[in-house]
Design a protein around this ligand. Structure first.
Ligand code: CTP
Ligand code: MG
Length: 231
């Protein structure tokens, strides 16, 4: 089953506090975004990558794509103020009704096995999100006081990729934009329309590089993978 992927990379990286978009930060000497792009570049089932970028970063990302010889990029498009708007801009560049994955530029450690699991489940169930069970005990809090302990067995942390049929997710975005609904991920737009979304159990290594300590975790994951490759 083939698919396209939209990669939103048009954020500011404010929580990283690096003074620039975190997509450009070097991890093991290579820009974060390139790590993410390489996963899909390697995948024969991926028919094309759409990258969503900030207006003033379009040229630098174009040259990185060239420098690192990422050949499967079909469009580099300027995004919007919110992630949701950026994704919508990316979706416009794909035609027909293929399966489309949406995957954060800031999640470089996604593995192809998990990507394919999301694609297959999207094909079977209509929409799918990769997620991991919540590890911590989660408290509902009001005014610094615990209201209750939430039943953890029902809680999952949503990650990306999230897979959809293109027409359906485009329509969901259109409706959300029209009605002023802003969700924190793409699945929430389907939920808004009462459409079912399946969960695919993923991997804790698929972290989103968000705050400075995530860079330490990133180096550790890379070290572990290098060691595994050398044995
Ligand atoms: N993103 C985007 N357009 C936006 C905001 C975010 O394309 N207007 C992208 C980011 O570049 C990132 C992904 O969506 O790859 C997930 O967002 P997040 O981790 O929040 O990244 P930033 O928004 O860049 O970081 P922050 O929220 O700390 O500013
Ligand atoms: Mg953000």
């Amino acid at each position: 089953q083939n698919y396209y992927v939209v990669i939103p990379a048009a954020g500011q990286g404010k929580r990283m506090n690096a003074g620039k978009n975190k997509q450009f930060l070097l991890i093991d000497k290579i820009p974060l975004l390139i790590h993410t792009l390489r996963v899909f570049e390697e995948d024969l089932l991926c028919k094309g990558i759409v990258i969503v970028v900030n207006k003033d970063e379009e040229e630098s990302i174009r040259s990185l794509v060239k420098k690192y010889k990422i050949k499967n990029v079909i469009h580099i498009v300027v995004g919007g103020e919110e992630r949701q708007q950026s994704v919508y801009c990316g979706l416009q560049k794909i035609d027909g009704n293929p399966i489309v994955l949406i995957h954060d530029g800031a999640r470089p450690f996604i593995q192809l096995e998990d990507v394919h699991h999301v694609v297959k489940t999207t094909d079977a169930k209509g929409a799918a999100v990769i997620a991991v069970p919540v590890k911590d005990t989660v408290k509902l809090v009001d005014d610094n006081e615990i209201v209750q302990t939430v039943d953890r067995s029902a809680l999952w942390s949503a990650q990306t990729p999230q897979g959809f049929h293109l027409e359906e997710i485009k329509n969901a975005h259109k409706k959300a934009a029209h009605e002023g609904f802003v969700g924190t991920d793409d699945a929430s737009l389907m939920e808004y329309l009462n459409r079912p979304v399946a969960i695919v159990e993923g991997n804790y290594e698929n972290l989103k590089i968000t705050t400075p300590e995530d860079l330490l975790f990133a180096e550790a994951i890379i070290k572990k993978r290098k060691e595994a490759a050398n044995t």
